[in-house]
Design a protein around this ligand. Structure first.
Ligand code: ADP
Ligand code: GLC
Length: 496
């Protein structure tokens, strides 16, 4: 018989409450899929100021929660909401979360007290499980923000009647963000100085949250098989490959899924017209409306290339900037971009429509509706990422029949099938080199296919829209990982 687990997700973002990137999509979808498979799941999040209390029907719950940190006790309130069938808990601590940003101020400077904010949140989340009587089989934590959970379980809760047996799984969504902070916070975090060693928390005299998490977690995974392989090499691990390799078989890659309740053109609540692979007329309407909204020439036959992205170097958008001018000057194309982040990239992409009126549109900022419009109305979606742990936008693009043009790395390599000019098979256009030249050539390849072999484009759209990255399948891979985490926890507890 299949086991039924109690699983608590501790995370810093979750759709529909709060989102800056794909982490939120993942945490908003996997718990629901686990619940459907019959497991008992809760999600614990920080109560940020931006969370809309009334829209999401939040309610106060429990009394105040006392949380012991290393050298002090602090208190927080807890609120709750329902995400479908899954209860979500919010840890409210004004001193930490009542501010305009999640991780940094408007100039992208990290909040200096981040180690305290997320250390406190993580300890509070475990305390909450305890006070709720939620005897979790597995704590599933995400990225550095909740990476201390496995350590707290082993250092603080080992003799807790409720959480003493709890295993942990740490999902790394992006190895570049490790949470490295001054050791001045170490006493507060209560991780014990005996653990401030290079194999655990110490990193050149500072505290490294993610490294400690990797060491203490019973199981670790990243969000695609290829990224798991890449991060085992020194070139792509930001210093952590020895620790990941040290986990042996307890480090693995599990591909993210796509939430097709939200991201499917036949049900999408945002887009101007719905469509499916059998009837693409709605896609043509979405394209026209997208062109109108971005003040582009309303040309049904000119291919539109779209981007929705955080504007950070990871995404290869400075390389794209160099290739794009050339492409705009030499090819009959239109380009739209939605994103925010790096000021230099914002300046470049923000100016572009002025320089190519009617051919380029840009929106600097965050906008859920527009992200759906771009997925639905573009012909191609470009992601020239330097690295990409999974990437969700290419999966969404496939479902909208918007062919991805991607660099073959991480999850992009795993989800996009290369076009074959002889047969018309494939779902997108991939390149290897992280250079403006490779990007330019691959855009050229896609665009010439669009004009010269439209029957291949049609065939690819059909194949793309049939791809199935639904969570049902991938959630099962997490169940296997939980099984492994529990077994490994029991073995290590038995060996003392
Ligand atoms: P990452 O998590 O590295 O940013 P992913 O491709 O996994 O990359 O996920 C990005 C998610 O964030 C997608 O759902 C995408 O639509 C969304 N997104 C990114 N930037 C914006 C933006 N400016 N406005 C709206 N949605 C955005
Ligand atoms: C990170 C990665 C992205 C991944 C997302 C969700 O933000 O950059 O590739 O899809 O997490 O796992």
């Amino acid at each position: 018989m299949e086991p039924h687990y109690k699983i608590a997700h501790i995370a810093s973002e979750c759709v529909p409450y709060i989102k800056t990137g794909g982490l939120a999509d993942m945490v908003g979808a996997l718990p629901k899929a686990l619940k459907k498979l019959g497991h008992e799941v809760i999600v614990i999040l920080p109560m940020y100021a931006m969370i809309d209390y009334s829209r999401h029907h939040l309610q106060p719950t429990l009394g105040p929660l006392g949380v012991w940190m290393g050298n002090t006790e602090e208190w927080c309130a807890v609120h709750t909401a329902q995400m479908g069938e899954v209860p979500v808990y919010f840890i409210e601590a004004h001193q930490y979360f009542a501010r305009p940003g999640l991780y940094h101020d408007a100039d992208f400077n990290d909040y200096l007290d981040n180690p305290r904010r997320f250390g406190f949140f993580t300890r509070a989340a475990l305390q909450l499980c305890h006070d709720l009587g939620f005897a979790a089989d597995v704590i599933h934590c995400h990225d550095w923000q909740s990476a201390l959970a496995p350590a707290y379980l082993k250092i603080w809760h080992w003799d807790d009647l409720l959480l003493g047996q709890t295993a942990s799984l740490l999902t790394i969504h992006n190895l570049a963000y490790q949470g490295v902070y001054s050791s001045a916070h170490y006493d507060y975090l209560g991780l014990q100085w005996g653990n401030f060693t290079p194999d655990k928390f110490e990193d050149h005299g500072r505290i490294n949250f993610l490294k400690g998490g990797i060491q203490y977690a019973d199981m670790v995974n990243t969000v695609s098989p290829t990224y798991a392989l890449e991060t085992r090499t020194p070139e792509m691990s930001y210093g952590l490959s020895p620790f990941l390799n040290g986990k042996g078989g307890n480090f693995t890659g599990i591909l993210n899924g796509a939430d097709y309740d939200t991201w499917d053109p036949s049900v999408d609540a945002y887009i101007p017209a719905r469509f499916s692979s059998r009837d693409l007329r709605g896609k043509a309407i979405c394209k026209r409306e997208l062109q109108r909204r971005f003040l582009l020439e309303e040309a049904a036959d000119t291919p539109v290339i779209g981007v929705v992205s955080r504007l950070v170097s990871q995404k290869g958008l400075d390389l794209l900037a160099q290739a794009l001018e050339n492409a705009l000057q030499n090819m009959q194309i239109q380009f739209v971009i939605l994103g925010s982040g790096d000021k230099r990239l914002e300046a470049f992409y923000g100016d572009l429509p002025g320089r190519y009126p009617g051919r380029v549109g840009s929106y600097l900022g965050y906008n859920d509706e527009l992200s759906h419009w771009i997925e639905a109305g573009s012909d191609f979606f470009i992601m020239p990422s330097i690295y990409e742990p999974c990437g969700l936008n290419q999966m969404y693009s496939l479902r909208y029949g918007t062919l991805p043009i991607v660099r073959a790395t991480g999850g992009l390599e795993d989800t996009v099938q290369q076009y074959d000019e002889r047969t018309g098979s494939g779902t997108g256009f991939k390149f290897k080199d992280a250079t403006p030249g490779a990007i330019f050539d691959t855009i050229g390849w896609a665009i010439s296919t669009y004009y010269d072999r439209p029957y291949h484009i049609y065939q690819m759209i059909q194949a793309a829209m049939e791809q199935d990255f639904s969570w049902e399948r991938n959630a099962k891979a997490y169940i296997d990982a939980y099984k492994k985490a529990i077994a490994s926890h029991q073995t290590s507890a038995a060996s003392g």
